[in-house]
Design a protein around this ligand. Structure first.
Ligand code: SF4
Ligand code: ZN
Length: 289
């Protein structure tokens, strides 16, 4: 017999997924945490006919990344699926810890890498859609921040589903109406193994402040859903009113994936990090002393 939480989570996921155009193969971003572990579980249970490819990015953040990969493997195995792992250090020659030496606000570069790599891997594996486990509070924080900082372009670009665009695979966020607390309950109910440790280098002070504010404002879960609907409507109005110009995308001069600039931010940052590390190696090598 299923519990009330299980029913709500499943129903909200189904409501979202049914809005997407028909798809065959889904890539699911699996971090090893409770959110993506639960997403993989609820999705594979609800859609046994779909092909699912779990993808894990090992960012090279010491023991944290090792543990994350271990949990992602357990979650994939439990679902009877093979986990695709992209190891940053092996594939690119550096880790997120290296990237932090040149980009102290590392979450922004890490987020950029995760978005880019998930898309590239999903594209290469011929997936029709990438599913990520962003939940209700993730969306509320992002939208609240945009409104309060007058980031209207960012708000106008806000979507819980992004259709395929050339080599950019469609993106879906089936947990967008599910509060984090409910996901945690779901994970516990279903006995999903997950890593509860937080990333040791993430500095999300602003995000935490916004999260706390939302918790104070929304005493009940239903209020969060109300804020979500209001902000989504505002985002749609901004998209439709013509006041915001949505930038045209063109192929990155280096990798060919669609981007807003001449060279995409992933390629630009990778080049910078590699140059920085090479300079460091050259200056510490005996020949250059
Ligand atoms: Fe990357 Fe920041 Fe998340 Fe850590 S907290 S995994 S650095 S985005
Ligand atoms: Zn590029």
């Amino acid at each position: 017999m299923s519990s009330r939480v299980e029913e709500i989570v499943r129903r909200r996921v189904l409501t979202e997924v049914e809005k997407y155009p028909v798809f065959r193969r889904a890539a699911v971003a699996l971090s090893g945490g409770k959110d993506s572990g639960s997403l993989l579980h609820v999705f594979t249970e609800s859609y046994p006919d779909k092909e699912v490819i779990p993808i894990h990015l090992n960012l090279g953040i010491g023991g944290f990344s090792e543990a994350s990969e271990r949990f992602a493997r357990m979650q994939a195995e439990r679902a009877g699926l093979h986990l695709v792992v992209f190891n940053l250090e092996r594939e690119l020659g550096f880790t997120i810890l290296d990237a932090r030496r040149i980009y102290p606000k590392v979450c922004s570069v890490c987020g950029c890498f995760k978005r880019y790599l998930l898309n590239r891997i999903a594209f290469e594996l011929d997936a029709d859609i990438v599913l990520t486990a962003h939940h209700l509070e993730d969306f509320l924080v992002r939208m609240f921040k945009s409104v309060l900082n007058a980031g209207f372009e960012e708000l106008a670009r806000f979507k819980t589903y992004l259709p395929k665009n050339g080599n950019l695979v469609a993106k879906g966020r089936p947990f967008c109406r599910v509060p984090e607390r409910m996901i945690a309950e779901y994970a516990l109910l279903k006995g999903i193994p997950f890593l509860s440790e937080k990333c040791p280098i993430g500095r999300k002070v602003n995000i935490e402040r916004f999260r706390k504010t939302i918790e104070i404002l929304a005493r009940r879960q239903s209020q969060k859903l109300l804020y979500f609907s209001s902000l989504t409507k505002l985002a749609e109005m901004l998209q439709n009113c013509g006041a915001i110009t949505i930038q045209e995308l063109k192929p990155c001069s280096s990798c060919g994936f669609l981007a807003s600039g001449e060279t995409c931010s992933f390629c630009t940052r990778v080049r910078k990090i590699k140059a920085f590390l090479e300079r460091g190696q050259a200056s510490s090598s005996p020949n250059t002393r």
